[in-house]
Every structure is written in structure tokens, then in C-alpha cells.
Design a protein around this ligand. Structure first.
Ligand code: PEP
Ligand code: MG
Length: 328
């Protein structure tokens, strides 16, 4: 079975009824093995920039960052690479930047921290832009967005970074493309302001790990409440459905980059809702492609309808698991 799964990993991720699914990579940990996946993935849907920061003894310089980002963009040239700005805090501390808080997951995390330190944010944005000189595959994504003001502030800093880098490069006759800018949907507050936010972003990506954690008020890393952490909870499922509908209404592309995107049942349920872009860890790519190539998109919405009526995550999973077994 495993050999069978691996044997199809270089084939296109297309369903039996001809719907093309974008299978993207969550990257940041190991550039070598991630680059080896280049031909299997349609691009990088989430590059976690905090991981290389965590492997340093101090903040990497703009130059050091640019050189790493350049390798990533080059390795995936011709395919989209979505780099997320620094998402430290919460469960991802930097040894050289200690943060002491009672509730780190509700504290100084992601965009909150970088907007309070524009010098760090600007250096990172400029490094990304510099790295993308002559390439056209960079997109930038903002983590932990909870308000419109954060997106607007980040957009202004991106404008500034782009102007500064463009001016420098312009002096030697080169240029850099203004990148697509997206926001992560992982804090529930923004579910209610997607229409207002839509003019300020080019795309959205759902972080189902944090979205589940914050919707259900369950610490994603606390084993005592692990039984309550359920990305298939009817509330999470309904929210995910609203997000894809809202993105469609506003003409924005939406992807999903939490663990749910690497789970075969999760992917089927998300496809039933209309999601077509999935970003996952490299060890899930082969099996998700295998699953996608055995199903029909047109079969899925009735199963979702049935599952939603039962308001029970076990029943929802059973419906889709039964379908998968029937499809072989
Ligand atoms: C998420 O929250 O789903 C996500 C992809 O981001 P991270 O796991 O890095 O917090
Ligand atoms: Mg997250």
C-alpha cells in the first residue's frame, strides 16, 4: 500500500471527475528534504520563517535572512512560495528573545510582536523582497491577524519596504515585483470582518490548528484537554464552510495550511465545501495525492450535508471514511 501511495506521488493531484487540487508544502524545517519534494508539490503554501530564527543564536541579519529566502524561492522557482512573517511567541519562543507571560497563546504573538518591533518586521520584509529579485514567486502572509488595523499597518510597512528595496535595486538597473499579501485566518474575530478586510489582502489562508484552538478554547499542546481538541467539531466545520463561501463572494483565493489539510478525511470534507488549495507537511503529500486521485468531487457535497445535519464530529468522519473505503 505504501509503495503504491509513493508510486503516484509525482502524478497530478486530479480527481476522477477532473478537478485539479493544489497540493502545497508546509516548509521551514529542512531545506534539503523540502527541496527534494519540489516535483511532488505545486509550491510552498506556508514557509514558517520562525523556524530558521529558532535555529540561530541571535536575530539573523537582513542579509542572512535574504540568503536563506533566496535559496527557497530559487528552489521552487516557477511555483508559488508563501512566506509567513515571523510567528514567534505562543508555543514558539526564541531563546534569545525571552517573553514571560501568563497566557502566551493569548499574548504577544505573531503580528502583534512584529508590529511592536517595526525594525524587525521591516528587516524581514526587505530580506524577502531582496531575495525575490528577478523571480516572481513570492507571496507574503501575516500570522495571528485579529483586526483590520493590523493588516493595514502591515500593508503600510510592506509599502515602505518595497519602496526602499526598489530604490536600491533601481540604482543598479534591477527591480522587484510587489508581492501578493495575505492574512491567516486563525483568530476567530476576523471571521466577522472578512468583508472589510478583503480590499486589503490578496488571499487568505486558514490556520486550522490555531483556529480550532481559539474557537474551542482548547490549548493545542495540552495533553489534559487533548480529547477536546477536535478540528472536526461541528462549530469548526461550519466556520470553515463560511470562510470558503466568503472568500468566493469577495473573489479572494483561500487555502488551508493547518494539520487538517494533511488529513485524508479533513481534505475530503474541505473539498466538499469548495476548498481546492491544501498546504501540508511533506510526509502527507503522497497520501493526500493518492486519496485525491481516487475520489469524485461531485460525490462529496451530499455527504457534507448529511454530516452537518448530525452535528457530531464522529458521524461526519464516519460518512467520509465509509466513502473512502468504497472508493478503494
Ligand atoms: C495553524 O495555526 O494552523 C498554522 C498553520 O500555523 P502554526 O501551526 O504555525 O501556528
Ligand atoms: Mg497558527
Amino acid at each position: 500500500m505504501n509503495n503504491l501511495i509513493g508510486a503516484e506521488s509525482h502524478l497530478p493531484s486530479e480527481t476522477l471527475d477532473g478537478v485539479r487540487i493544489s497540493v502545497l508544502l508546509n516548509a521551514g524545517l529542512n531545506l534539503e528534504s523540502e527541496s527534494a519534494m519540489r516535483d511532488m508539490a505545486d509550491g510552498i503554501g506556508l514557509y514558517r520563517t520562525e523556524i530558521p530564527f529558532m535555529l540561530h543564536d541571535s536575530f539573523p541579519s537582513e542579509q542572512e535572512q535574504a540568503s536563506r529566502y533566496r535559496d527557497v524561492l530559487n528552489n521552487f522557482s516557477g511555483r508559488p512560495v508563501c512566506m509567513r512573517t515571523l510567528d514567534i511567541g505562543g508555543d514558539k519562543p526564541l531563546p534569545y528573545f525571552p517573553i514571560v507571560e501568563d497566557n502566551p497563546f493569548l499574548g504577544w504573538r505573531g503580528i502583534r510582536l512584529t508590529l511592536d518591533h517595526p525594525e524587525l518586521f521591516l528587516a524581514q520584509l526587505k530580506a524577502m523582497l531582496r531575495a525575490s529579485e528577478g523571480l516572481d514567486n513570492l507571496a507574503i502572509m501575516l500570522p495571528m491577524i485579529s483586526s483590520l488595523a493590523e493588516v493595514q499597518a502591515a500593508r503600510r510597512l510592506l509599502d515602505q519596504a518595497w519602496l526602499e528595496v526598489s530604490e536600491e535595486l533601481g540604482r543598479r538597473g534591477s527591480s522587484v515585483r510587489y508581492p501578493m499579501l495575505g492574512a491567516m485566518i486563525e483568530v476567530p474575530s476576523i471571521l466577522y470582518i472578512l468583508p472589510e478586510m478583503s480590499p486589503y489582502v490578496d488571499f487568505w489562508s486558514v490556520g486550522s490548528n490555531d483556529l480550532t484552538q481559539y474557537l474551542l478554547a482548547v490549548d493545542r499542546n495540552n495533553s489534559r484537554v487533548a480529547g477536546l481538541y477536535d478540528p472536526f467539531h461541528p462549530a469548526v466545520i461550519r466556520v470553515l464552510q463560511q470562510v470558503v463561501q466568503s472568500a468566493e463572494q469577495h473573489g479572494k483565493s483561500v487555502s488551508i495550511c493547518g494539520e487538517l489539510a494533511g488529513d485524508p478525511l479533513g481534505v475530503l470534507i474541505l473539498m466538499a465545501m469548495g476548498y481546492r488549495n491544501f498546504s501540508m507537511n511533506l510526509n502527507n503529500i503522497a497520501r493526500i495525492k493518492y486519496v485525491v486521485r481516487r475520489i469524485r468531487v461531485e460525490d462529496l457535497p451530499p455527504l457534507l450535508e448529511m454530516g452537518l445535519q448530525q452535528s457530531d464530529s464522529a458521524a461526519m468522519k464516519e460518512l467520509f471514511a465509509g466513502y473512502l473505503v468504497r472508493q478503494g
